[in-house]
Design a binder for this molecule. Structure first.
Ligand code: NAP
Length: 299
């Protein structure tokens, strides 16, 4: 249990509701900032204002998937007020406090670092990234179905990058009956792809490999689907770029060539906010309970 632990939530979307629910179950004291327009009222929470006082007693601060923007703005679909997390807020936190977010921009990293406040980026964790790859793959399949007039079954589908997201997606596409080409750069990834029944190739050969592709999914967070690559892609093909902004596709050139290409960020929160929220809630509560246990043992 987390009895006596003070948790301050700032902004977010439906995913945060799962985390709030979990911390309440564990008997934490929950304070909310930026949840004024919630449709369903939450019992057992206190609504507070975003000021330094709110931070002075906090053991943990929970920010949304993208913690803040480059100027400290925290997104909240439940608030009409603008929420800006400032250096003064972080400075007011007790030294043992921890800040949780999905991923942090340099702004948040810098201020947490300046005041020696632990910042936990949940999406950097392998377990969270692998769990998240499930709704991401489902979302990518959904987009492919919505934006094509052919089935995934029987298509030539290409996945670039066989990391945590790429592997799940490639397996999902294969399960749907696609011929799956997997673009990698390491021999061990090539070997794994072959073992899993994909058709591996090295990304340096991408230009040659895209010529028969129907669906191209990119998970590599750097410019790989260049204008030279796009020039070789058939017109019927659809490019879905899953890599974090700005993605790895030359979207301007794709548009010029009349090839449908889309950046698809934040799929877990869009297609399965409940599952995505539970993934975060599970990890946050495990980490907080570990902390709490260690604190009680004096270690
Ligand atoms: P990851 O596990 O690090 O996978 C990325 C893969 O790309 C790695 O296997 C890496 O292999 C490979 N790679 C990098 N550069 C390469 C290159 N030039 N040629 C071939 N392979 C290359 O990351 P992830 O968790 O799968 O996430 C991938 C991206 O998707 C990230 O940008 C992440 O933010 C994003 N993402 C988006 C969503 C969404 O909803 N759209 C959801 C989750 C994640 P090496 O070992 O060779 O580096």
């Amino acid at each position: 249990m987390l009895t006596g632990m003070q948790a301050v939530f700032i902004g977010g979307d439906a995913r945060q509701l799962e985390v709030i629910g979990r911390l309440l179950e564990l008997d934490a004291t929950v304070q909310l900032i930026g949840f004024d327009n919630l449709q369903t009222p939450l019992n057992g929470v206190t609504r507070i204002k975003l000021d330094t006082e709110a931070f002075a007693q906090a053991d943990v601060v929970l920010l949304p998937a993208v913690g803040t923007d480059d100027k400290g703005k925290v997104e909240s679909i439940f608030s009409s007020e603008e929420l800006i997390l400032t250096e003064e807020h972080v400075a007011a936190l007790p030294k043992h406090a921890r800040v949780f977010t999905g991923m942090a921009k340099p702004y948040l990293k810098t201020i947490c670092n300046k005041y020696s406040i632990a910042l936990i980026e949940l999406f950097e964790r392998d377990d969270v990234a692998i769990y998240n790859s499930i709704p991401t793959a489902e979302g990518a399949v959904m987009m492919a179905i919505q934006h094509t007039d052919f089935t995934i079954h029987g298509s030539v589908s290409m996945v670039l990058g066989l990391g945590r997201t790429g592997l799940t997606l490639a397996r999902t596409l294969k399960g749907l009956g696609a011929r799956v080409k997997a673009g990698v750069r390491k021999p061990e990834h090539f070997a794994r792809a072959l073992e899993m029944g994909f058709e591996p190739f090295y990304t340096k050969e991408l230009i040659r490999q895209v010529q028969d592709v129907d669906l191209l999914f990119n998970t590599i967070p750097s410019m790989v689907v260049t204008s030279q690559v796009i020039a070789q892609i058939p017109h019927r093909a659809l490019i879905i770029d899953l890599a974090s902004r700005p993605g790895g596709t030359d979207f301007r050139f794709a548009e010029r060539r009349g090839i449908k290409a889309m950046l698809a960020p934040g799929l877990p929160g869009i297609v399965a906010p409940k599952t995505a929220g539970r993934i975060i809630a599970h990890t946050v509560s495990e980490l907080l309970m570990e902390d709490y246990q260690q604190g009680r043992n004096g270690s």
